[in-house]
Design a protein around this ligand. Structure first.
Ligand SMILES: [Zn+2]
Length: 495
């Protein structure tokens, strides 16, 4: 079966870089692209009309913590300053001996209501990503039950994902005064690595090759040297990509320097982990970051020398008063920047816009973080981070993973006149402008609709789950606060 798509604009690909084609045609056969150009003379079985639209490679979201993230709504415009803006400490650190209620990542098969909660988590994640034009995503280390559910939903809804249970050597908890306390357990990490490897052995290549494995020791400061060392060994032996949060938090930077007398990046370098297929979660607190006041500034040079990848999550970190310092310096150092949504919204277009604007502000230059660069990060950057040359581009031989973006803004005035389609999407677009999604040569979303997903029902289920998360905060919060004292309403409730 040969399909042609005639589009007003196409993001094509030549010699390793994106190009623009005006009024072009793309042809794919089975799951592979066979032609991209101005015209096509051969036979085709069907033609899709994308006049007035942009045909582009599907987005690759390299930093997904799955779920509807209701808990994160408790830190909007607020939080505990002792965490220096690190969101997971705010919403995932329970009082010692307690469990975060409503967080499905800590449920096990057989717990009351677990199966429905886990299924909602997976469906919401995969559907939200798909609605926003993400054709491949990397899950950043959720537990085994979550990975099993994601595997089922990715298989059902037809997208592509890098999955496997993450692992660590003990989480943070809040002590009797609400202070941060680490519970270290190396065996937990070693067992977790074994579970991840077994999961990957069972599932790598599932769903016709759309599911791939990835090794995720969750954070550098919650992993022991031994666990990281065995992770690199396994990655080398099985040719697997890796991902971990590193250089992502003031506390983690300080803890790593205190424990190892090295920065997080120096530690990863000493273990031979720095490489293009290591996805460093955030990587924004490096020794070169001026306000860390670290006097030897070699991290960016080491990262660039190794062509390591970072997953930059511009919206998620900007909400916590942080950003990348700065985009232009990372690019110039040779670091591969990919983009992630991290939590919410899973809107790659809004993330590109935030990356571009913050990148300009931090570089004090409007030449920095251009529309072309952030679009490259959202496509080719992601592909490079998992070592793929058949994703993130529209070129003969690449997999037929692509999106059609409606440049009328779904019949609104938001875009105004469109001169350069990529710049227009970055400046004026939102994820909802993605009209059609094709993965592996199959249409998995058309006209904004995903077969088998009822958005209204999903919203209602997520709202109900959120109400439960917000109501049960006093049961596990280290300070015993209720939702209103932890996160006051934006205005007083009218009497
Ligand atoms: Zn993360």
């Amino acid at each position: 079966m040969r399909t042609a798509i005639k589009a007003g604009w196409i993001v094509g690909h030549e010699k390793g870089a994106h190009t623009l084609i005006r009024n072009g045609v793309l042809v794919y056969e089975g799951n592979k692209i066979i032609h991209v150009g101005q015209t096509f003379e051969g036979r085709v079985d069907e033609t899709l009309d994308a006049t007035g639209k942009l045909l582009a490679p599907g987005f690759i979201d390299t930093h997904v913590h799955s779920g509807h993230r209701a808990s994160h709504r408790l830190i909007t415009d607020t939080g505990r300053p002792i965490y220096y803006g690190q969101p997971f400490l705010e919403i995932s650190v329970p009082k010692e001996g307690k469990q975060v209620i409503g967080d499905v990542r800590y449920l096990k098969h057989g717990d009351a209501g677990a199966d429905a909660a886990v299924r909602l988590n997976a469906t919401f994640t995969v559907a939200e990503l798909l609605r926003n034009g993400v054709t491949t995503f990397v899950e950043f280390g959720s537990q085994l039950v979550i990975q099993d559910a994601l595997l089922a939903e990715v298989t059902r809804l037809g997208t592509r994902a890098y999955l496997a249970p993450g692992y660590d050597c003990g989480r943070w908890v809040g002590d009797e005064k609400g202070r941060l306390k680490r519970v270290v357990n190396e065996q937990l990490g070693l067992d977790g690595l074994r579970t991840a490897l077994e999961w990957i052995e069972r599932n790598d290549g599932a769903a016709g090759g759309r599911i791939k494995g990835i090794l995720v020791p969750r954070e550098v400061e919650t992993s022991t040297i031994e666990v990281l060392r065995r992770t690199v060994e396994a990655a080398d032996r099985l040719n697997l990509p890796m991902a971990t949060h590193a250089a992502y938090s003031v506390i983690e930077f300080y803890e790593t320097v205190r424990e190892h007398m090295m920065t997080p990046i120096e530690l990863l370098d000493s273990l031979g982990m720095l490489r293009p297929t290591l996805n460093i979660g955030h990587g924004n607190f490096v020794s070169d970051t001026p306000n860390l006041n670290y006097s030897v500034k070699r991290d960016l040079e080491m990262m660039g020398g190794a062509r390591v990848s970072i997953s930059h999550c511009p919206i998620n970190i900007a909400r916590r008063a942080r950003t990348l310092n700065d985009w232009q310096k990372y690019r110039e150092a040779g670091i591969n920047i990919s983009l992630g949504s991290d939590t919410y919204p899973r809107d790659m277009i809004m993330n590109m816009r935030t990356a571009s604007y913050m990148g300009k502000v931090m570089a004090h230059s409007y030449f920095a973080a251009t529309g072309g660069e952030v679009f490259e990060a959202a496509t080719l950057g992601g592909a490079k981070s998992v070592g793929r040359e058949d994703l993130g581009r529209l070129a003969p031989g690449a997999l037929a993973d692509m999106i059609i973006i409606d440049l009328s803004g779904r019949d609104s005035l938001r875009y105004g006149p469109v001169r350069d389609p990529v710049k227009s999407v970055v400046e004026c677009g939102v994820g909802d402008d993605v009209d059609t999604v094709i993965v592996d040569g199959k249409i998995v979303m058309q006209g904004g609709k995903i077969p088998g997903v009822d958005f209204g029902a999903l919203r209602a289920e997520a709202q109900a789950a959120g109400e439960k998360v917000w109501a049960t905060l006093p049961d596990w919060d280290p300070l015993g606060r209720d939702a209103e004292s932890a996160c006051p309403w934006c205005y007083p409730m009218a009497q």
